[in-house]
Write a protein that binds this ligand. Structure first.
Ligand code: NAP
Length: 276
């Protein structure tokens, strides 16, 4: 029997998920499919009825449905509740379970690109306080990072995040970077700065410890100005494309029963679609 999975969104034709999962299906010779399905918000309940009929093993959820599917799932993972978004659905015996694999994608990417990065990491700086930052804070907490400083343009949004999620978090404006950087072993950009060549004007990366690690979850362009500046200073860097690839691993394993690997070949295939 063909095992079927999907990604739903509206619009959906930009999604790289069919290429990621299609590559793994072919690699493992699995009789399965992974299709992109455009589902408008008003059609979500009908799509969930289809799910409960057993047509699919599960699938991914992307913009604009990541919050709306909460109410439609039969159960939701506690961490997805904290993160505030569901990006993966698993259907078992007609019930739909929602989870969030973004934080695992973030951790998998850093574990692959900078092994041991969280060992005795005392302090980290997270730039940005939007939806993606929530998953990053959950990820950093799960690794026991002792102090995480959230820096954001709108201080109230950083403060809200620090209040919403349990953990050793402080809320700051970007001007706090100079004071906090010397003790920060990790800097994570989760803001949209870096997309389309935009850059941070005021962060002096030279203030970071010389063994500091800088990672950006923005992956278009793959080397953002932040990563280019960090590389030029000799700091370690990990780009954000791997987060996209690694977040797909747990879903594939749940639907198709095999844990896939993020290989250089897979990365090259996705890079070829990024248009640079
Ligand atoms: P979001 O909820 O819209 O949050 C955007 C964040 O960027 C907020 O902190 C916002 O600050 C800040 N920001 C936006 N424009 C700014 C500007 N001109 N100056 C200063 N700060 C600015 O977005 P999101 O969902 O968190 O996504 C953020 C980025 O992460 C996107 O580029 C997305 O593509 C990327 N992402 C990557 C992955 C991956 O797998 N690699 C996964 C998820 C997301 P304010 O609070 O002040 O508005």
């Amino acid at each position: 029997m063909t095992i079927k999975a999907f990604v739903i969104g509206h619009p959906i034709n930009h999604s790289r998920s069919p290429l990621i999962h299609g590559t793994w299906l072919a690699e493992h010779g699995i009789e399965g499919s992974y299709e992109a399905i455009d589902v408008a918000p008003a059609e979500l309940p009908a799509f969930f009825a289809r799910l409960r009929s057993g047509e699919f093993a599960g699938g991914n959820v992307t913009i604009p449905h990541k919050e709306a599917v909460f109410a439609l799932c039969d159960s939701v993972d506690p961490l997805a509740k904290i993160i505030g978004a569901v990006n993966t659905l698993v259907v078992t015996d007609g019930t739909v379970h929602g989870t969030n694999t973004d934080y695992l994608g973030f951790l998998g990417n850093l574990d692959a690109g900078a092994p041991g990065w969280s060992d005795s990491l005392d302090a980290a700086i997270v730039l940005g306080a939007g939806g993606a930052a929530r998953a990053i804070l959950v990820a950093l907490s799960s690794r026991g990072v002792k102090q995480v400083h959230i820096l954001n343009r709108t201080l109230a949004n950083a403060a809200q995040l620090a209040a919403d999620i349990e953990g050793p978090f402080s809320a700051n404006g970007y001007e706090a970077f100079a004071e906090l950087a010397p003790k920060a072993g990790l800097v994570v950009n989760t803001s949209s700065i870096g997309m389309h060549g935009t850059r941070f004007d005021t962060l002096d990366l030279a203030l970071l410890p010389s063994n500091g690690l800088v990672t950006d979850i923005v992956y278009i362009p793959q080397v953002t100005p932040l990563l280019a500046d960090a590389k030029a200073l000799g700091l370690r860097t990990v780009d954000g494309l791997g987060m996209l690839l690694h977040q797909a691993v747990p879903g594939f394993e749940a639907w198709f029963g095999i844990r896939p690997t993020v290989t250089p070949d897979l990365r090259a295939r996705i890079e070829a679609t990024l248009g640079h």
